[in-house]
Design a protein around this ligand. Structure first.
Ligand code: SAM
Length: 248
């Protein structure tokens, strides 16, 4: 069988494409892309003319079958999404799963990912974090999800569409706490990149009163629940003290 390469592409700045990503996209027989027009423009920019095929939510089942058949027959295929790392809030899960099940080698060509880029500059605890992807678009479901996360001690990472950002920030402030530390990372690697850090209520107000903050693409990070984190630490210390007493 051939190989399925899962290739990360830039989240803004085109120079973030890796040398290995370019070589792979040039070498494969076929590139499966979320949006062939969008990826076609990227490939043209780098002078790559590898054939493209669409793999998106709406044709996934049929496309996966066809791609796995080609892979099993020996073709090499690269999977890309519109931006960043495929499968991270992007299509590809079914293809990767099916390829692996068919005994095809699946290999990553790692690179940009908005969640990790945002975490790397947020200044929030980064040793443990939870990637939540997009919050539900409907208010009721969004609030249920936020309530479920209220006691989570790890740093929370959300993708958010900028036109829903203001609503989501209001809900987050109301449910997670107005004083909870948060960071909004917008337009990373692009011309209007901004990283704002403030307590949730302040961040909500800032976004509401500054229309510029409601443009482009953004990642919202929220500090984990402090008491839960401290309680876990205290529990760890208690268990450790008990164990030490028992040790020679
Ligand atoms: N697969 C991508 C990745 O690895 O980050 C994510 C795809 S998801 C459909 C798109 C979301 O990622 C946007 O709504 C935004 O939340 C985030 N995003 C993508 N590019 C970004 C950027 N340059 N700055 C901030 N957030 C970005």
């Amino acid at each position: 069988p051939g190989c399925l390469w899962v290739v990360a592409t830039p989240i803004g700045h085109l120079d973030d494409i890796s040398a290995r990503a370019l070589a792979t996209l040039r070498a494969v027989d076929l590139i499966a892309a979320e949006d062939t027009r969008h990826s076609g423009a990227l490939l043209r920019h780098f002078g790559i003319d590898t054939p493209l095929t669409a793999l998106h939510e709406h044709n996934e089942r049929a496309a996966v079958d066809a791609l796995v058949r080609r892979l099993v027959a020996g073709a090499s295929v690269a999977l890309v999404s519109d931006a960043g790392t495929p499968l991270v809030s992007d299509p590809g899960f079914r293809l990767v799963r099916a390829a692996r099940a068919a005994g095809v080698r699946v290999s990553p060509v790692p690179g940009p990912c908005a969640a990790i880029a945002a975490l790397s500059v947020a200044g929030l605890p980064s040793d443990r974090f939870v990637f939540e992807g997009f919050l539900p678009a409907k208010a009721a479901a969004r609030r249920v999800r936020l309530r479920e996360l209220a006691g989570e001690p790890r740093t929370l990472i959300f993708y958010e569409s900028c036109h829903r950002l203001s609503e989501s920030l209001d809900d987050a402030a109301g449910i997670l706490g107005t004083d909870r530390e948060a960071v909004l990372a917008r337009e990373l690697t692009k011309r209007f990149e901004t990283v704002l850090a403030a307590p949730l209520a302040e961040l909500a107000l800032r976004v509401k009163t500054d229309a510029d903050q409601q443009r482009g693409e953004c990642v919202l990070l929220v500090a984990g629940h402090a008491d839960t984190a401290e309680a876990e630490l205290a529990e760890g210390r208690r268990v450790f003290a008990l164990l030490r007493e028992e040790l020679p």
